[in-house]
Design a protein around this ligand. Structure first.
Ligand code: ASP
Length: 322
């Protein structure tokens, strides 16, 4: 019976940005890189919040900055699928309007969260989620440059891919490693939740998915209610084993608990505990993950993995830790 569950409340009123850079057993050798990636984003938060104005733009641009950083499994530096390609998913939601945009299995956009943001702008009655080539065609029509897949592949992930390939049994070609469940595994999905100075909430999540996933595999990250969710009560971004997060609808579970009166930290803890109790992972343990949460008055993070990269900025003060 797994018992690990770490959490904390994040203090601060007014404008607030919280980010995560994935929940898993982040190795000691990768800590510095993760801290640097978090720091680069939370230190620029005051300008992110001032320049973009609205929560949804702050959430998008914080995730776009994390996608650009090699440390994380999103954008450049994403983990590779079984074909050795980066295949990216992202979603963003505006708590004010309930509009969301999402893309999945994209192979030629460097900042998938910005494509998701454009889909959000499509507005009422329009398409909100596009996958694969359809998402790429939309991005191109919106004036965003497409990139060759190799431009998203970093040497660290190329080397990981080759190590995993050498270990996978040839008769199990559909093997996909769970985040953190393999010594070669990992997660490093990124996400953000924002409360802007006017009190509007937004959430965004972006990922390369699980390492060595079968091509076409989509987890929780681009699914509203699972990997992200925002309304007037709460904004949530999740990370961890995507299939389990989707099974319990983790982001919506946190939301229902907040609406039921739980503080952000308690809601995140109980939702993660429920996922652990209800979904068994192949290693016989309960499913693990983490999330960040912001409400109009409250904010918190929680995780059941050994580590979660996280940072936040409020009142001009930035914090980051792994
Ligand atoms: N949730 C992501 C996925 O399953 C992985 C992660 O959070 O690291 O695609």
């Amino acid at each position: 019976m797994p018992t690990r569950l770490r959490s904390d409340r994040i203090e601060g009123t007014g404008g607030l940005l919280v980010v995560h850079g994935g929940a898993w057993d982040i190795p000691d050798s990768a800590l510095e890189e993760h801290r640097a990636g978090l720091r680069s984003v939370v230190e620029s938060t005051p300008s992110i919040l001032q320049e973009v104005g609205q929560a949804v733009d702050g959430a998008t641009e914080a995730v776009a900055a994390l996608e650009a950083h090699e440390a994380f499994n999103a954008g450049y530096g994403a983990m590779l699928n079984q074909d050795g390609e980066a295949e990216l998913d992202a979603g963003v939601m505006d708590g004010d309007s309930l509009e969301f945009g999402a893309v999945a299995a994209t192979r030629h956009v460097a900042r998938p969260v910005r494509v998701a943001r454009r889909l959000l702008d499509e507005g009422e009655g329009r398409v909100r989620m596009l996958v694969g080539e359809g998402a790429e065609r939309f991005a191109e029509a919106e004036g965003m440059a497409l990139v060759p897949n190799e431009a998203l592949v970093c040497p660290r992930e190329q080397a990981r891919h080759e190590r995993v390939r050498a270990q996978v049994e040839p008769d199990h070609p559909s093997t996909s490693f769970l985040p953190g469940a393999s010594p070669l595994g990992g997660a490093d999905t990124v996400g953000s939740v924002v409360r802007d100075p006017a009190g509007r909430l937004a959430a965004a999540t972006s990922t390369g998915g699980t390492p060595f996933k079968p091509p076409g595999r989509v987890g929780d990250s681009p699914l509203p209610g699972a990997g992200f969710y925002a309304d007037e009560h709460v904004a949530v971004s999740a990370t961890g084993w995507g299939e389990a997060i989707a099974m319990v609808g983790l982001a919506r579970d946190v939301r229902e608990r907040v609406v039921g009166g739980a503080p952000a930290e308690g809601a995140a803890r109980r939702a993660l505990r429920r996922m652990q109790d209800r979904v068994e992972s192949p290693d016989g343990e309960g499913a693990t993950g983490g999330c960040i949460v912001v409400t109009p008055e409250d904010a918190a993070y929680a995780f059941t993995t050994p580590r979660m990269a996280r940072g936040w900025c409020t009142g001009g003060e930035a914090h980051w830790t792994v």
